[in-house]
Design a protein around this ligand. Structure first.
Ligand code: ZN
Length: 111
């Protein structure tokens, strides 16, 4: 397996998330704290905040998964399913380089 290609993909994705300002944990929580009270009674405004917050959480999750994947590359365990220990299909790694589980285990999780 050519982990260098996956490492490049992971670093690129991490740069995208950090570079686009998709994640600014401190600022996000500050905004949330100051705006929450004002917007509690405004349904539309509240929704908007909620959606933005959700997006940030998704970015944060992916970012964490990318860090974990980079760690696994260092340890030499990259591309192995966390749950069953089987190798993850390269097609899946190409699509989601930061994935931790194979397709079979992923489907088990969501069902
Ligand atoms: Zn598995």
């Amino acid at each position: 397996m050519d982990v260098h290609a996956y490492k490049d993909a992971l670093l690129k994705k991490r740069g995208e998330i950090l570079g686009t300002g998709g994640i600014k944990p401190l600022q996000a929580s500050m905004e949330n704290n100051t705006r929450q009270g004002d917007m509690a009674d405004q349904a539309s405004g509240n929704n908007e905040v909620h959606i933005q917050l959700k997006l940030k959480q998704t970015d944060a999750k992916i970012l964490q998964a990318i860090e974990d994947a980079l760690e696994r590359i260092k340890k030499g365990t990259y591309g192995v399913c966390r749950d069953c220990g089987e190798p993850i299909a390269t097609a899946r790694l190409n699509a989601i380089p930061w994935t931790r589980v194979c397709i079979a285990c992923k489907e088990k999780q969501s069902s």
